[in-house]
Design a protein around this ligand. Structure first.
Ligand code: PLP
Length: 372
């Protein structure tokens, strides 16, 4: 486990000692450091924080003060940013399929850029937000991604070119290409494949009279859970080499990290609330589960779970608190023999945890605490 995450674990043990669980501790120092890493290694690129990953106002304020821009998807996210006086020129809408109410408010408040990937979206944008700058969402390989974002979004290269041409005809300002290699992408080479594919669309659009200047590389930057993952520097090197190989120097590059920016900065403290043995399997029930914070556990994210005491371990089925058998965090976690009332810590829980959480079955969502 990286040394900063270990340090955060120790901080969480003392800082949350007298707090009710579930509780999420977010470390602002780690967010600042990670933002600095993105800034340093993607110098010249705009960094848009993907608000969906953790929309807590303190995180938005912190990143705003550091000079970060924001990537949003919904009316709710836009209203939140505007209510915090985030200037509209610092907001981009990465969702290619927007609710009309979002487009209306975006237009009124002067948002300059959005993604799209269909004729229907062009019609909507032309009617509700004439003249807005748009980028086509291109389908790219999601190799090595533990949370793929294929199928639901994006178009293949031929259609991307046609849509850019059509956007121009409809009075929109086609500006470039958006892609996303899938969240928690553990292969830096996947960005290289996506950049090469983007270049083919870029060239063909130019030949059709659509001059592009912006490439949004999306999110996908991984957080450390159980296995080592490529660093921001390693991914940036691959990106830099691919951009240099294909694109002119003066294009506008942007990235939209969510998980990679805030994931490692959070520790979720939970408490054992029950135990049982069923068919020879040992079950441990926590006060946090897939409904109130650990939704990604059912989609393939394997969290590091740290117990508050040591001892000989065995395999546990780790379950959430609700009366739903879907609420299982993992079916094979090695942990010591914990008792009701013992705490466990879920590491790298800063992204897509509280953002997803519901109060299903009456169990509370984690309270969020911060350390400077
Ligand atoms: C359009 C867009 N941009 C950025 C992100 C952030 O991705 P990640 O958290 O993997 O960095 C997402 C995640 O779903 C997204 O849909």
């Amino acid at each position: 486990m990286p040394v900063e995450i270990n340090r955060l674990l120790e901080t969480a043990k003392t800082r949350l000692a007298s707090e009710k669980t579930p509780a999420l501790l977010m470390d602002k120092k780690l967010i600042r450091a990670k933002y600095g890493e993105f800034r340093a290694h993607f110098s010249g690129a705009r960094v848009y924080y993907a608000v969906k990953s953790n929309p807590h106002p303190e995180i938005i304020r912190l990143l705003h003060d550091l000079g970060c821009d924001f990537e949003i998807s919904s009316l709710g996210e836009l209203e939140r940013l505007l209510s915090m006086d985030i200037p509209s020129r610092r907001i981009s809408i990465g969702n290619p399929l927007k609710h009309p109410s979002l487009i209306r408010l975006a237009y009124r408040s002067g948002i300059e850029l959005t993604a799209f990937d269909s004729l229907s979206e062009i019609e909507k944008l032309a009617a509700l937000s004439p003249g807005i700058k748009v980028g086509v969402r291109l389908t790219v390989p999601n190799d090595g991604s533990e949370w793929p974002l294929t199928k639901k979004f994006g178009v293949e290269a031929d259609e991307a070119v046609e849509l850019l041409v059509q956007a121009k005809k409809s009075g929109l300002k086609p500006a470039g290409i958006f892609f996303h290699v899938g969240s928690q992408c553990t292969l830096a080479s996947t960005w290289a494949k996506a950049i090469e594919k983007s270049w083919s669309v870029w060239q063909r659009a130019t030949q059709r009279g659509v001059e592009l200047r912006m490439l949004n590389l999306g999110g996908g930057f991984p957080a450390t859970y159980l296995r080592p993952v490529p660093t921001v520097a390693e991914i940036a090197r691959v990106v830099h080499d691919s951009l240099t190989a294909f694109f002119p120097k003066d294009i506008e590059v942007s990235i939209a990290p969510g998980r990679g920016l805030v994931g490692e900065a959070g520790v979720l403290a939970a408490t054992v609330m029950a135990k049982a043995v069923r068919d020879g399997e040992h079950w441990l029930y926590l006060d946090v589960g897939v409904f109130n914070g650990l939704m990604e556990a059912v989609g393939g994210i394997k969290y590091r779970i740290v117990p508050s005491r040591n001892g000989p371990t065995r395999k546990w089925v780790l379950s959430g608190p609700t009366c739903d058998s879907f609420d299982v965090i993992s079916s094979d976690v090695e942990l010591p023999d914990l008792d009701v009332g013992d705490r466990v810590y879920v590491m790298s829980a800063g992204a897509y945890t509280t953002a997803y959480a519901s109060q299903f079955d009456g169990f509370p969502v984690p309270a969020v605490h911060f350390v400077e």
